[in-house]
Design a protein around this ligand. Structure first.
Ligand SMILES: Nc1ncnc2c1ncn2[C@@H]1O[C@H](COP(=O)(O)OP(=O)(O)O)[C@@H](O)[C@H]1O
Ligand SMILES: Cc1ncc(COP(=O)(O)O)c(N)n1
Length: 268
């Protein structure tokens, strides 16, 4: 393991602390990874939904990114909410210069159903940023949006993962099964084979920020030098513990518990 693994998140905010930049930095910290952040959008949101968004001007996002990469070591990074095509265009230019693992959480809609990125930006994300990723981590509806195919079964998930790599050019694809019925099964396709990561379904509505937390944990483990398969395996344990011991706070979908892994013995 490196002395100080350094990871960056490029994402939007959540003042209620459960998703976005906040979930990412909490996760990096829990996994003993030095966390850095570039904010794309200030989002007024909480467990019940999104109340307002204010996107940061593209040149200010670029300057934040330059401040990080001109000075700090970087071993892996992730993107979450990238709200507009203009911001995606700028990031596409910058990301191509970063020679470290890139994990994309293709955030489109919040758990509450509120849209987080512009409608036309979905296609741009798929066509221009997706091919630069080491890994993309769509949930079922995001995978449907990317592939244009309906996903209803585990076999559909496996097919979507392969399609996202071979047809759309992602380095690898992890399709998350949190929104299907039965066990919570995710499929990773790394360009060669399919791997599954499974946990029992936990009966809870506290799922605000699960996708952010999962992709941040994968990014943290990649920054520590773990292989993709090992990073996903450990991140799955981390997010499962975070959901199992999630907090029933707020009036809507409560947040996950980022320190739950401490008592569940997840490797760090
Ligand atoms: N109720 C649940 N019980 C156990 N694991 C879950 C549950 N809901 C989601 N997960 C897991 O949490 C992770 C995030 O998945 P998902 O909720 O599908 O993503 P997103 O937050 O992007 O919608 C995945 O590993 C998924 O399998
Ligand atoms: C700024 C921001 N980014 C992402 C999400 C999605 O959260 P989830 O992990 O619940 O899908 C969110 N609600 N807010």
């Amino acid at each position: 393991m490196r002395n100080i693994p350094c990871a960056l998140t490029i994402a939007g905010t959540d003042p209620s602390g459960g998703a976005g930049i906040h979930a990412d930095l909490k996760t990096f910290q829990e996994l003993k990874t030095y966390g850095m952040s570039v904010i794309t959008s200030v989002v007024a949101q909480n467990t019940t939904g999104v109340q307002a968004v204010h996107h940061i001007p593209v040149n200010m996002i670029e300057q934040q990114l330059d401040s990080v990469i001109s000075d700090m070591p970087l071993h892996a990074f992730k993107t979450g909410m990238i709200p507009t095509i203009e911001i995606m265009e700028m990031l596409a230019g910058k990301v191509s210069e970063l020679d470290v693992p890139y994990v994309m959480d293709p955030v489109m809609v919040a758990t509450s159903g509120d849209p987080l990125i512009a409608e036309d930006a979905r296609t741009y994300l798929r066509d221009h940023l997706l091919p630069m990723t080491s890994l993309v981590t769509p949930n079922i509806s995001e995978a449907e949006e990317i592939t244009g195919e309906k996903i209803e079964t585990l076999e559909d998930m496996r097919c979507a993962a392969a399609l996202i790599v071979h047809e759309f050019g992602a380095g690898a694809a992890l399709i998350k099964g949190g929104h299907l019925k039965g066990d919570a099964i995710d499929f990773l396709y790394d360009g060669e084979s399919i791997h599954s990561f499974s946990s029992e379904r936990i009966e809870t509505t506290n799922t605000h920020g699960t996708g952010c937390t999962y992709s941040a944990a994968i990014t943290a483990y990649l920054s520590q030098g773990y292989s993709l398969g090992d990073a996903v395996k450990q991140a799955k344990d981390f997010v499962t513990a975070a959901i199992r011991h999630s907090f029933s706070i707020g009036k809507g979908n409560g947040p996950t518990n980022h320190w739950a892994h401490r008592s569940e013995g997840v490797e760090q």
